[in-house]
Design a binder for this molecule. Structure first.
Ligand SMILES: [Ca+2]
Ligand SMILES: [Ca+2]
Length: 272
C-alpha cells in the first residue's frame, strides 16, 4: 500500500561560527493522500496471491469494475481527480460515496476485449489532491488464456446434381450462416483442425475423403486438405479476433448415387 510522506524542512539560515549550535525544526506531515484499498469486484476476478485473475468472455467484451478507496488527511473534498490507466486509455474514476470525512470511494469500469493479450498486466490508478500531491497505485492482474473458436454455421444443406463438384462457399461475415465463417473468439492464436465422417443415405455412402476443405479467402486457390476421420491440421493459424472463410467441396468424380445424405464435419482449434 503506497503511503505518501511529505517532508517539510523548516530552519533558519544562520551565519555559522565554528562550533555554533544549529537549531532545526523538522516537520513530517503524514500522507496528505494515500490509497486505503484498491480492488476489483470479486464477481469480476478471483484473487490469487495478490493477483486478480480475469477470465475474458469468449467473443465479447467483459466489463471489469475497479474500486479505489482513497484517504486524504485534508478530507476527501481535497481529492481532485482519480484516473485509471489501462490498455493505453485513461479513464476518469467516479466518486461513488464517502466512507468518512477523510475517505472517498471511487469506481470505474474497464472494458476488456476478449482478444486482449493473456498474461500478467497492471491497472494503474493515479490520484491527485488540490495541493498537487499525487499517488499512484497498481492492481496486478492476470488475463487468463481462453481457447475459443466459433463457426456461424451449425447445419447446412446442399443440393445439386452429381455431375459436377458441389461447393459450399465460405465468407468472412459471421452473420451469414449459409457461408461458413470461422472466428477466433478467444485470446490465443489457434491452429485449426478439421475432420469428417462418412455421409449416409440408408446403405448408400459417401466417404469423408470425398470432401475437400480450405480455409482461405481465395477459396480453393490456397492449400486445401481432403477430410479424414481424424483431426488434421489445416496449417492455418487463426489469430485472436480474426475470421476466415471455410470452403468445402464434395468431389463427385468417383460417382455418387443420388440421394439425401447426412453426415458431420467437425472443426477444432488448438492453441498454437
Ligand atoms: Ca490533501
Ligand atoms: Ca458467414
Amino acid at each position: 500500500m503506497g503511503v505518501y510522506i511529505a517532508f517539510a524542512l523548516l530552519f533558519n539560515t544562520v551565519a555559522l561560527a565554528e562550533g555554533a549550535q544549529i537549531a532545526m525544526d523538522i516537520e513530517i506531515s503524514n500522507s496528505p493522500l494515500y490509497f486505503d484499498q484498491l480492488f476489483i469486484n470479486p464477481d469480476d476476478a478471483e484473487l490469487q496471491e495478490g493477483i486478480f485473475l480475469i477470465t475474458p468472455f469468449p467473443g465479447e467484451t467483459r466489463n471489469i469494475t475497479v474500486y479505489a478507496d482513497i484517504r486524504d488527511k485534508n478530507g476527501f473534498t481535497d481529492i481532485k481527480g482519480v484516473y485509471l490507466v489501462f490498455n493505453g486509455t485513461n479513464i476518469s474514476m467516479q466518486q461513488k460515496f464517502v466512507g468518512d470525512v477523510e475517505m472517498g470511494f471511487y469506481e470505474a469500469i474497464v472494458l476488456l476485449p476478449f482478444y486482449y493479450k493473456p498474461g500478467n498486466d497492471t491497472l494503474r490508478i493515479i490520484a491527485e489532491d488540490s495541493g498537487g500531491a499525487v499517488v499512484e497505485g497498481l492492481i496486478n492482474i492476470n488475463v487468463v488464456p481462453v481457447v475459443s473458436l466459433s463457426l456461424d454455421t451449425t447445419t447446412l444443406s446442399l443440393q445439386g446434381t452429381t455431375l459436377e463438384p458441389l461447393i459450399i462457399q465460405g465468407d468472412e461475415d459471421v452473420m451469414t450462416p449459409s457461408s461458413p465463417t470461422l472466428k477466433n473468439t478467444g485470446n490465443v492464436p489457434l491452429q485449426v483442425q478439421l475432420k469428417g465422417n462418412d455421409f449416409f443415405d440408408g446403405a448408400m455412402r459417401i466417404e469423408a475423403a470425398a470432401w475437400l476443405a480450405s480455409l482461405n479467402s481465395e477459396g480453393f486457390n490456397g492449400s486445401s486438405i481432403r477430410l479424414d476421420y481424424l483431426y488434421q491440421d489445416m496449417n492455418v493459424v487463426l489469430k485472436p479476433n480474426e475470421t476466415l472463410p471455410l470452403w468445402l467441396q464434395l468431389d463427385t468424380a468417383e460417382g455418387i448415387a443420388s440421394g439425401h445424405y447426412l453426415g458431420n464435419i467437425s472443426i477444432a482449434g488448438v492453441a498454437s
